[in-house]
Design a protein around this ligand. Sequence first.
Ligand code: GLN
Length: 474
Amino acid sequence: MASQWSSVADLAASVQAGKTSALKLVEQSFAAIADKQDYQAIIVTTKERALTRAKKIDALVASGKKIGRLAGVPFIAKDNFLVFGAETTAASNILHGFSAPYQSSAIEKLEAEGAICVAKANLDAFAHGASTENSDFFTTKNAHDTTRVPGGSSGGSATAVALDMAPFALGTDTGGSIRQPASFSGVVGYKPTYGLVSRSGVVAMASSTDVIGPLARSVEDAALVLDVMAGKDELDATTIERQANYTSLSGDLKGKKVGLIKEYMGEGLDSGVRDVIEAALDKLKAAGAQITEVSVPSIGMALAVYYILCPAEVSSNLSRYDGQRYGYSDPDTKDLEASYKKSRGRGFGKEAKRRIMIGTYVLSSGYYDAYYKKAQTVRTKLIGEFAQAFETVDFLVGPVAPTTAFKIGQNTGDPLQMYLCDIMTVAANIVGNPALSLPAGESDNLPVGLQLMAPQRADKELLALARAAEELLV
Ligand code: GLN
């Protein structure tokens, strides 16, 4: 699909030079959102605030002021980012009516460079899912086939970018939620090194793996957005120093050591996806990359590890939604205990409840050693195996997901089948390394993403590799 937008850097330069206006760009976004509303990518727009900000930016430009690297560029935030101008719901009924008292650090940083948030995108409630079907509100449709899911949990952001509702969008990735919808929707999705982007003001899912990052139409745009957001933030103690300037990506594929994760190419991989990945790797090879097969022996256990650690952390993070402090509080109760129960009982959807139950179970004193502790042990083993793999290669590659976008409703009756969609994305979250989904081709007219990974903190190298690969694949 040819994009209506030029690159993010060009858009900002045009606004700064007075060749176009922030108001025009924001109106273009709103027109696309209105035109494509049947896709149900957007929960709410932040129209009034966006128009006010756009007019202010245009006035500043007219008076000769320098705005910033994202001057007047519209973007869409997944609705688990605290943003002014609309409610923040994380697509959950329990947050219905919640207005953020402050904005997330990532949004603040983007705004400081002149970007304008125009809307909040749909997601699986609390980011629990791989299809957006767990949203308490509605299911977003795939930009390439409306009978299919956009992926999840950042499915609204992926469809929004694929349909040009904004030049870029923000997502969160706890176990694959940026990369998998990017793969299903044919856009670039970037999951940074754990801690590189502040999570202050983002609704927490599983705190030891949550990261936030961009969904965009090109690696260059994703890198610019990352560059604006990256770095230490005193409001998030888990943040790390930025390692580089993430823009001005250069270099080619010659001599780059790239390891294809052997375990990801085995049984269960759809043959159409396999063909696209193999063809993409052939192109990288022809451009001079050294492709070898690499084994990460315990990677098959990553999914089980994730589905123990993630619910454990989810159960802890969701305990704050007790019907007293945020959003929905059940009106039909007389005492506090009953209010907790009814508010949580009615406010949380099925998947949130399932994760709370699994999480409290694996953390309970009788089962802690058998599940939680064992999962942490395997996590440490995986970190070691990845480190070992990165001693022989610079990058790891593989598919993002075993299939292309599946049909709406196909996996909703079977949570395990839904969890299996994450089989190739969760490992990067468990070990904390950066990973990216790059559009690599199509199978039966549906997009397929190539997953690229690098060691922790090698975000710049990873983006440079992706930039070089992108030219060959699109
Ligand atoms: N699909 C995964 C899950 O449901 C990942 C979610 C995410 O990354 N937010 O847990």
